[in-house]
Design a binder for this molecule. Structure first.
Ligand SMILES: [Zn+2]
Length: 272
């Protein structure tokens, strides 16, 4: 989504739709950020404005926003058609839209729904082509690019779970960070060797007024086991977060420290 956020002019408006605590930081963009969800966050972590409202009946005038970010929210909306119609109504003709959704056919989404007893995922997306076509036909916006998203199962991380740990989390190994570390490394290896999709989370879509050359469609398989943030391979290398030796000498792969939370992760150099 950063490709859209960084191109917005000061004074323009961006809507974080179905934001929960916030899908991105205030410093990600020069635009004014409005965040909307059914409930206000219990702890406000940003200085931007939060609006309590229904995504199917948005409290904004027509053609208000230069960009809309829907980061893992479309799968939650009961009336998806109405939400897409509202996006069409409130976005400017020269606006840009970012949408990310989980692939309901993946092991990650199935585990999440089992652990969270549905997790509020009411719209199962299973095809990137069909999902992009649905959004294009509902909003009239041009589909520019799609990027595959990868999983670290960070939602299982025991650091984020309530105490005592839920029985279903214990059945999945308790959410220990080293277990997730092993999943990240092994899922990428198996995908690479066998052509499976164990490491896939879903897709990110870009629509509207953004150039395809500005969108990074390279997959980012390096996803942190603790905070769930994904990073481009070159960023980890260039910023000096990668620890090549001596671990690589014995185990065949390097490590990196997450630039955001400091967690130790296996460094994945080749896409599955
Ligand atoms: Zn992290």
């Amino acid at each position: 989504m950063h490709e859209i956020l960084t191109m917005l002019e000061p004074g323009s408006l961006v809507l974080d739709l179905g934001c929960a605590d916030g899908s991105f930081s205030d410093t990600s963009t020069g635009a004014t950020v409005i965040r909307l969800d059914l409930e206000l966050p219990s702890k406000k972590k940003t200085n931007s404005s939060f609006v309590r409202g229904d995504a199917a009946n948005l409290p904004f005038r027509d053609r208000t926003f230069s960009a809309i970010i829907s980061n893992h929210s479309l799968e939650h909306f009961d009336n998806l058609a109405a939400v897409l119609a509202e996006i069409k109504r409130i976005i400017r003709p020269d606006g840009a839209l970012f949408v990310s959704v989980p692939d309901a056919s993946t092991i990650t989404d199935k585990l999440y729904r089992w652990l969270a007893r549905g997790g509020g995922h009411v719209n199962p997306f299973v095809s990137p082509t069909a999902t992009a076509s649905l959004i294009v036909s509902a909003t009239g916006m041009r589909h520019v690019a799609t990027r595959t998203l990868y999983s670290s199962l960070s939602f299982l991380n025991s650091r984020h779970s309530p105490r005592p740990r839920p029985k279903r989390l214990l059945m999945l190994g308790g959410g220990h960070e080293m277990t997730l570390f092993a999943f990240v490394w092994l899922s990428r290896r198996l995908d690479s060797l066998l052509g499976t999709r164990l490491s896939v989370l879903g897709w990110a879509f870009y629509f509207g007024n953004i150039s395809a050359v500005d969108v990074d469609t390279t997959g980012w398989p390096n996803v942190c086991v603790r905070c769930g943030s994904g990073f481009p391979e070159r960023y980890i290398l260039c910023e000096g977060h990668c620890r090549r030796q001596p671990f690589r000498r014995y185990f065949g792969f390097a490590l990196y420290s997450c630039p955001l939370c400091g967690a130790l992760n296996p460094f994945i150099q080749r896409l599955p």
